[in-house]
Design a protein around this ligand. Structure first.
Ligand SMILES: [Zn+2]
Length: 234
Protein backbone atom coordinates (compact mmCIF):
# COMPACT_ATOMS: atom_id res chain seq x y z
CA UNK A 1 0.00 0.00 0.00
CA UNK A 2 2.73 2.39 1.02
CA UNK A 3 4.35 1.80 -2.39
CA UNK A 4 1.38 3.45 -4.05
CA UNK A 5 1.24 6.41 -1.71
CA UNK A 6 3.27 8.73 -3.99
CA UNK A 7 1.01 7.78 -6.89
CA UNK A 8 -2.17 8.43 -4.89
CA UNK A 9 -0.81 11.76 -3.68
CA UNK A 10 0.00 12.74 -7.26
CA UNK A 11 -3.48 11.83 -8.45
CA UNK A 12 -5.05 13.80 -5.60
CA UNK A 13 -2.79 16.73 -6.44
CA UNK A 14 -3.75 16.55 -10.12
CA UNK A 15 -7.45 16.58 -9.25
CA UNK A 16 -7.07 19.61 -6.99
CA UNK A 17 -4.99 21.37 -9.64
CA UNK A 18 -7.58 20.60 -12.35
CA UNK A 19 -10.38 21.99 -10.16
CA UNK A 20 -8.32 25.09 -9.50
CA UNK A 21 -7.74 25.68 -13.22
CA UNK A 22 -11.45 25.23 -13.99
CA UNK A 23 -12.32 27.67 -11.21
CA UNK A 24 -9.74 30.18 -12.41
CA UNK A 25 -11.00 29.93 -16.02
CA UNK A 26 -14.60 30.52 -14.90
CA UNK A 27 -13.48 33.52 -12.84
CA UNK A 28 -11.50 34.97 -15.73
CA UNK A 29 -14.51 34.59 -18.05
CA UNK A 30 -16.86 36.15 -15.48
CA UNK A 31 -14.67 39.15 -14.84
CA UNK A 32 -13.98 39.87 -18.51
CA UNK A 33 -17.34 39.33 -20.14
CA UNK A 34 -20.73 40.95 -20.53
CA UNK A 35 -23.80 39.84 -22.42
CA UNK A 36 -23.44 40.50 -26.13
CA UNK A 37 -26.16 42.92 -27.21
CA UNK A 38 -26.38 43.44 -30.96
CA UNK A 39 -29.66 43.83 -32.88
CA UNK A 40 -28.36 42.25 -36.09
CA UNK A 41 -26.90 39.26 -34.27
CA UNK A 42 -30.02 38.92 -32.15
CA UNK A 43 -31.98 38.42 -35.34
CA UNK A 44 -29.82 35.62 -36.68
CA UNK A 45 -29.38 34.02 -33.22
CA UNK A 46 -33.17 34.14 -32.94
CA UNK A 47 -33.36 31.84 -35.95
CA UNK A 48 -31.06 29.35 -34.24
CA UNK A 49 -33.15 29.59 -31.05
CA UNK A 50 -36.33 28.98 -33.02
CA UNK A 51 -34.82 25.90 -34.67
CA UNK A 52 -33.95 24.59 -31.20
CA UNK A 53 -37.33 25.56 -29.78
CA UNK A 54 -35.64 27.84 -27.24
CA UNK A 55 -36.84 31.34 -26.26
CA UNK A 56 -33.40 32.78 -27.06
CA UNK A 57 -29.69 32.05 -27.15
CA UNK A 58 -27.57 34.10 -24.81
CA UNK A 59 -24.04 34.90 -25.97
CA UNK A 60 -21.36 36.57 -23.87
CA UNK A 61 -18.76 38.99 -25.17
CA UNK A 62 -15.31 38.04 -23.84
CA UNK A 63 -13.01 41.06 -23.75
CA UNK A 64 -9.86 39.67 -25.34
CA UNK A 65 -8.41 40.67 -28.73
CA UNK A 66 -7.96 37.15 -30.14
CA UNK A 67 -10.45 35.65 -32.62
CA UNK A 68 -12.20 32.82 -30.87
CA UNK A 69 -15.48 31.34 -29.76
CA UNK A 70 -15.77 29.11 -26.70
CA UNK A 71 -18.15 27.21 -24.52
CA UNK A 72 -17.48 27.22 -20.77
CA UNK A 73 -17.79 24.17 -18.54
CA UNK A 74 -21.12 25.44 -17.25
CA UNK A 75 -22.52 25.66 -20.78
CA UNK A 76 -22.25 29.39 -21.51
CA UNK A 77 -21.28 30.56 -24.99
CA UNK A 78 -18.59 33.21 -25.44
CA UNK A 79 -17.49 35.20 -28.44
CA UNK A 80 -14.25 37.18 -28.16
CA UNK A 81 -14.02 40.93 -28.74
CA UNK A 82 -11.60 40.20 -31.59
CA UNK A 83 -14.24 38.11 -33.38
CA UNK A 84 -17.00 40.63 -32.72
CA UNK A 85 -14.81 43.45 -34.05
CA UNK A 86 -14.36 41.53 -37.32
CA UNK A 87 -18.15 41.37 -37.56
CA UNK A 88 -18.56 45.09 -36.79
CA UNK A 89 -16.03 46.01 -39.45
CA UNK A 90 -17.86 43.85 -42.00
CA UNK A 91 -15.12 41.24 -42.40
CA UNK A 92 -17.34 38.51 -40.94
CA UNK A 93 -21.11 38.29 -41.54
CA UNK A 94 -23.86 37.79 -38.94
CA UNK A 95 -24.54 34.33 -40.42
CA UNK A 96 -20.86 33.41 -40.03
CA UNK A 97 -20.99 34.49 -36.39
CA UNK A 98 -24.12 32.32 -36.04
CA UNK A 99 -22.10 29.36 -37.37
CA UNK A 100 -19.54 29.85 -34.57
CA UNK A 101 -22.31 30.04 -31.97
CA UNK A 102 -23.88 26.89 -33.48
CA UNK A 103 -20.53 25.07 -33.22
CA UNK A 104 -20.12 26.09 -29.57
CA UNK A 105 -23.73 25.08 -28.86
CA UNK A 106 -22.73 21.71 -30.28
CA UNK A 107 -19.90 21.39 -27.73
CA UNK A 108 -22.39 22.15 -24.94
CA UNK A 109 -25.22 19.95 -26.26
CA UNK A 110 -22.92 16.98 -26.86
CA UNK A 111 -21.39 17.29 -23.39
CA UNK A 112 -17.88 18.14 -24.62
CA UNK A 113 -17.38 21.26 -22.53
CA UNK A 114 -18.32 19.50 -19.32
CA UNK A 115 -16.26 16.46 -20.17
CA UNK A 116 -13.23 18.56 -21.02
CA UNK A 117 -12.85 19.67 -17.44
CA UNK A 118 -12.95 16.05 -16.30
CA UNK A 119 -10.60 15.08 -19.12
CA UNK A 120 -8.21 17.79 -18.10
CA UNK A 121 -8.13 16.65 -14.50
CA UNK A 122 -7.87 13.00 -15.51
CA UNK A 123 -5.25 13.85 -18.09
CA UNK A 124 -2.94 15.33 -15.45
CA UNK A 125 -3.44 12.38 -13.14
CA UNK A 126 -2.78 9.85 -15.91
CA UNK A 127 0.27 11.73 -17.14
CA UNK A 128 1.79 11.95 -13.68
CA UNK A 129 1.01 8.33 -12.83
CA UNK A 130 2.34 7.13 -16.17
CA UNK A 131 5.48 9.24 -15.81
CA UNK A 132 6.11 7.76 -12.38
CA UNK A 133 5.76 4.20 -13.64
CA UNK A 134 7.64 4.76 -16.90
CA UNK A 135 10.53 6.60 -15.28
CA UNK A 136 11.32 3.45 -13.29
CA UNK A 137 11.88 1.66 -16.57
CA UNK A 138 13.05 4.45 -18.87
CA UNK A 139 14.61 6.85 -16.38
CA UNK A 140 14.34 10.53 -17.32
CA UNK A 141 12.83 9.57 -20.65
CA UNK A 142 9.70 8.26 -18.88
CA UNK A 143 8.31 11.75 -18.36
CA UNK A 144 8.65 12.57 -22.06
CA UNK A 145 7.07 9.32 -23.19
CA UNK A 146 4.15 9.78 -20.76
CA UNK A 147 3.69 13.35 -22.00
CA UNK A 148 3.68 12.25 -25.64
CA UNK A 149 1.24 9.38 -25.07
CA UNK A 150 -1.27 11.50 -23.17
CA UNK A 151 -0.86 14.33 -25.69
CA UNK A 152 -1.71 12.00 -28.57
CA UNK A 153 -4.76 10.66 -26.76
CA UNK A 154 -6.04 14.16 -25.96
CA UNK A 155 -5.44 15.40 -29.51
CA UNK A 156 -7.46 12.49 -30.85
CA UNK A 157 -10.31 13.17 -28.43
CA UNK A 158 -10.46 16.90 -29.12
CA UNK A 159 -10.31 16.29 -32.89
CA UNK A 160 -13.32 14.00 -32.63
CA UNK A 161 -15.16 16.62 -30.56
CA UNK A 162 -14.51 19.28 -33.20
CA UNK A 163 -15.95 17.19 -36.00
CA UNK A 164 -18.98 16.35 -33.87
CA UNK A 165 -19.55 20.02 -33.02
CA UNK A 166 -19.21 20.91 -36.71
CA UNK A 167 -21.85 18.30 -37.65
CA UNK A 168 -24.18 19.60 -34.98
CA UNK A 169 -23.69 23.16 -36.29
CA UNK A 170 -24.34 22.10 -39.90
CA UNK A 171 -27.58 20.38 -38.92
CA UNK A 172 -28.71 23.34 -36.83
CA UNK A 173 -27.82 25.89 -39.52
CA UNK A 174 -29.73 23.88 -42.13
CA UNK A 175 -32.75 23.59 -39.85
CA UNK A 176 -32.62 27.33 -39.09
CA UNK A 177 -32.75 28.05 -42.83
CA UNK A 178 -29.28 29.61 -42.80
CA UNK A 179 -27.52 26.65 -44.41
CA UNK A 180 -23.92 25.52 -44.06
CA UNK A 181 -22.58 28.13 -46.50
CA UNK A 182 -21.54 30.62 -43.78
CA UNK A 183 -19.88 27.84 -41.78
CA UNK A 184 -17.63 27.04 -44.73
CA UNK A 185 -16.99 30.62 -45.82
CA UNK A 186 -15.91 31.52 -42.28
CA UNK A 187 -13.35 28.71 -42.25
CA UNK A 188 -11.93 30.01 -45.53
CA UNK A 189 -11.77 33.59 -44.19
CA UNK A 190 -10.04 32.52 -41.00
CA UNK A 191 -7.66 30.38 -43.01
CA UNK A 192 -6.77 33.42 -45.12
CA UNK A 193 -6.26 35.51 -41.98
CA UNK A 194 -3.95 32.84 -40.61
CA UNK A 195 -1.96 32.79 -43.84
CA UNK A 196 -1.67 36.57 -44.13
CA UNK A 197 1.57 36.52 -42.17
CA UNK A 198 0.41 39.20 -39.77
CA UNK A 199 1.29 36.91 -36.89
CA UNK A 200 -2.29 36.82 -35.69
CA UNK A 201 -3.46 33.34 -36.60
CA UNK A 202 -6.99 33.05 -35.19
CA UNK A 203 -6.91 31.05 -31.95
CA UNK A 204 -9.97 29.23 -33.26
CA UNK A 205 -7.84 27.59 -35.94
CA UNK A 206 -5.00 26.54 -33.67
CA UNK A 207 -7.27 24.43 -31.48
CA UNK A 208 -9.22 22.97 -34.38
CA UNK A 209 -8.49 20.47 -37.17
CA UNK A 210 -7.37 21.47 -40.67
CA UNK A 211 -9.74 23.84 -42.47
CA UNK A 212 -9.96 21.86 -45.74
CA UNK A 213 -10.71 18.64 -43.88
CA UNK A 214 -13.46 20.32 -41.88
CA UNK A 215 -15.02 21.81 -45.00
CA UNK A 216 -14.94 18.40 -46.69
CA UNK A 217 -16.68 16.83 -43.69
CA UNK A 218 -19.36 19.55 -43.70
CA UNK A 219 -19.95 19.04 -47.41
CA UNK A 220 -20.35 15.29 -46.93
CA UNK A 221 -23.03 15.98 -44.29
CA UNK A 222 -24.71 18.58 -46.49
CA UNK A 223 -24.88 16.10 -49.35
CA UNK A 224 -26.55 13.55 -47.08
CA UNK A 225 -28.90 15.95 -45.31
CA UNK A 226 -29.99 18.30 -48.06
CA UNK A 227 -29.99 16.09 -51.16
CA UNK A 228 -30.70 12.49 -50.18
CA UNK A 229 -29.28 10.01 -52.69
CA UNK A 230 -31.93 8.88 -55.22
CA UNK A 231 -31.48 5.27 -54.18
CA UNK A 232 -31.88 6.09 -50.50
CA UNK A 233 -34.72 4.17 -48.84
CA UNK A 234 -37.85 6.31 -48.60
ZN1 LIG B 1 -14.69 23.58 -31.24
Amino acid sequence: MIRFLPLLLMIAGAIVYGRFLAWRTAKELDSKSVELVDPELRLVLGRLAQALDLPRIKVHLYEVPMINGLASHDGRIFLTRGFYDRFRSGKVTAEEIASVVAHELGHVALGHSRRRMIDFTGQNAVRMGLALVLSRVLGGLGVWVAQALVGLLMAGLSRRDEYEADSYATALLIKAGIGAGPQKSLFRKLGALAGSGTGQAPAWLLTHPKTEERIAAIEANEARWIRPAPDAPA
